[in-house]
Design a protein around this ligand. Structure first.
Ligand code: ATP
Ligand code: LTN
Length: 325
């Protein structure tokens, strides 16, 4: 029996190269070795206000991105979170297990709630409980995510452990899979912040659907640190970030990257980085155009059915354990 993977992304805004390098790339790489479930988490999306027509479209568009990135529906289950109502049901149960104090410590709530708990939605606060339900429903072994999700994974394990202790062994404890390089790609405009879909400055992120001109302009405008060498250096986060992007896309070692740019300046480096990113995005963007809405729906519908069979089994066990079957 193969071990199981679960991961998901929100259908909000356009995916950027950080989402790809931190998460999607690994989803694709791991799908041979593992039985994989990749979810479009539309219930998470509504923790912040969304335009209904926009959300509907973004849901299908995100499935298209998964497929174009190389998630293979004949090996991996791709589905929409709301097609499996057990996610919402288990969330209620787990919200009776999770503690206020635990959720209050989650940094994403502090960021996305803009520090104003009085005005923030309750769903934004309990977001990590829904995420725990996503993962635990599938008795998941491994969860490939970017660095920003590590804290949510730890909470998920804590909730599962507490449930198992109090009601008997029910959930498998999942491990995070956080890649050694690319787990936290930074904004091109501020290397202290992660590249983010919700960044107001469009120049901070390279979107997976940006055209060649836009990519080149964004990279040319990227901030750099003082100093002139092209090197990995903790004290120079801007150049280190750009070099990491180059490293992953070219599959070179750190040493090979540094050697390659020895004696070259920022101008030369940025030109080569832009070419590398454009060449990577070109075939990806061609594949995105290949999947029409009907094809996408014909993948998501059976995906939801398959996911639901497993989710229903786990939820059945949970209800028996609790005495509410
Ligand atoms: P954002 O912060 O960009 O608005 P998000 O984290 O809210 O996005 P998702 O689309 O749900 O949104 O994230 C999908 C995956 O991408 C997650 O596994 C997340 O950890 C990863 N990810 C997001 N930003 C980055 C980044 N800058 N570098 C690496 N991985 C990232
Ligand atoms: N919170 C994640 C998206 C997400 C997720 C999950 C990731 C929701 N449920 C389950 C892994 C496993 C984010 O990236 N914002």
């Amino acid at each position: 029996m193969k071990k199981r993977i679960f991961s998901g992304a929100q259908p909000t805004g356009q995916l950027h190269i950080g989402n790809y390098l931190g998460a999607l790339k690994n989803w694709v790489a791991l799908q041979d070795e593992y039985e994989a479930f990749y979810c479009i988490v539309n219930l998470h999306a509504i923790t912040l206000p969304q335009d209904p027509a926009g959300l509907r479209k973004a849901t299908l568009d995100l499935a298209r991105i998964y497929l174009a990135a190389g998630v293979d529906p004949s090996r991996s289950t791709i589905f929409i979170q709301s097609d499996v109502p057990e996610h919402a049901e288990l969330t209620w149960v787990l919200s009776c297990i999770a503690r206020m104090g635990e959720l209050e410590r989650m940094t994403q709530f502090k960021d996305k709630g803009k520090g104003n708990a009085e005005r923030a939605g309750v769903g934004l606060f309990t977001y990590p409980v829904l995420m725990a339900a996503d993962i635990l429903l599938y008795q998941t072994d491994l969860v490939p995510v970017g660095q920003d999700q590590k804290q949510h994974l730890e909470l998920c394990r804590d909730i599962a452990e507490r449930f198992n202790r109090d009601y008997g062994e029910t959930f498998k404890l999942p491990d995070p899979y956080i890649p050694p390089v690319g787990a936290s790609i930074k904004s091109l405009q501020d290397p202290e912040k992660k590249m983010s879909k919700s960044d107001e400055n469009p120049n901070g992120s390279i979107l997976l659907l940006d055209d060649a001109d836009t990519v080149t302009k964004k990279i040319k405008r990227a901030v750099t640190d003082s100093g002139t060498t092209i090197d990995f250096d903790e004290t120079r986060p801007a150049i280190s970030n750009l070099l990491s992007i180059y490293q992953i896309l070219t599959e070179k070692t750190r040493h090979e990257c540094v050697e390659h740019f020895q004696g070259k300046g920022y101008g030369h480096f940025k030109t080569e980085l832009a070419e590398t990113v454009v060449e990577f995005l070109r075939p990806f963007q061609e594949r995105v155009r290949e999947f029409d809405d009907e094809t996408i729906k014909s993948i998501l519908q059976p995906g939801g059915e398959r996911a639901r069979e497993i989710a229903a089994d786990t939820l059945g066990d949970v209800y028996v354990a609790l005495g509410i079957e």
